[in-house]
Design a protein around this ligand. Structure first.
Ligand SMILES: Nc1ncnc2c1ncn2[C@@H]1O[C@H](COP(=O)(O)OP(=O)(O)OP(=O)(O)O)[C@@H](O)[C@H]1O
Length: 242
């Protein structure tokens, strides 16, 4: 049930973001999007969700609608007046899931995302990593076909970051969703992305990632060179813009 970009171009007034992009995003795959600031990564997520319309070309969904694609924003948008349980209930209420099923899904989700002890807490009573887990859980509770994650770990310290990365990978492998994740952290992109979508000023390239799901790559030199090449590509484009 893919999202298909066919010859997609997109511009904001005079600013060209995408040029005739052909790309297929499949369910069950985790994509990391990397590229310098301002190149168009968030715009790409908005196009995937059809919040924006291409200037030319088409984006088509097979057997899904935009309701099957959920975005988890960097700012999380947890409502201060909702407890964890209430936050998880909200998307189910919107989908008119009946009460017994709702209770069951919330209980499963609290367990899956290790939130059981936090069920009655409000956002201000949670750590950054716990809030990220609640936002992810809320995004996943209706089993969307695709999850769009905009810098999901950017505000976390290294320990919480690695925990959440492992967590995202485990949940994705358990639920087989398509995840499209934007990150500025190259090591994160390489750890999480089965495929890497590299944005530069002139083109968008999708590449296979030989180091997917490897925290300590057995071939350290090749891993280091791979990350370093990606960083240099992005640095060169950033420098061109200054
Ligand atoms: N609504 C808009 N109208 C005009 N220009 C916009 C609009 N939204 C974004 N832009 C511009 O389009 C470009 C791409 O923005 P976008 O937010 O997609 O980049 P990004 O790669 O996600 O950046 P970052 O990594 O800093 O979050 C930027 O130059 C931005 O200023």
């Amino acid at each position: 049930m893919p999202i298909i970009f066919d010859q997609v171009s997109f511009s904001y007034q005079e600013k060209r973001i995408l040029s005739q992009l052909n790309l297929t995003l499949n369910e069950g795959c985790l994509y990391s999007i990397i590229g310098p600031s301002g190149v168009g990564k968030s715009t790409f997520l908005n196009l995937c969700k059809k919040k924006l319309t291409p200037t030319s070309g088409t984006i088509t969904y097979e057997k899904i609608t935009s309701a099957d694609i959920i975005t988890v924003f960097q700012d999380l948008y947890l409502f201060p007046w909702q407890t964890v349980t209430e936050a998880l209930a909200m998307p189910l209420t919107i989908k008119k899931i009946e009460s017994a099923k709702k209770k069951q899904l919330i209980a499963e989700c609290l367990q899956n995302f290790q939130l059981e002890k936090l069920e009655n807490k409000f956002p201000h009573q949670l750590s950054g990593g716990q809030k990220q887990r609640v936002a992810l859980a809320r995004g996943m509770i209706t089993s969307p076909h695709f999850l769009l994650l905009d810098e999901p770990t950017s505000s976390l310290d290294i320990g919480s970051k690695e925990n959440l990365q492992t967590f995202i990978l485990e949940k994705q492998q358990a639920f087989h969703q398509g995840i499209i994740l934007v990150t500025h952290d190259i090591e994160e992109a390489v750890y999480l992305g089965q495929k890497l979508i590299v944005f530069t000023n002139n083109e968008v390239k999708m590449i296979e990632n030989p180091f997917f799901n490897q925290r300590n790559a057995s071939n350290e030199l090749a891993y280091y060179q791979f990350c370093s090449k990606l960083k240099n590509t992005i640095k060169e484009v950033s420098n061109e813009n200054f």
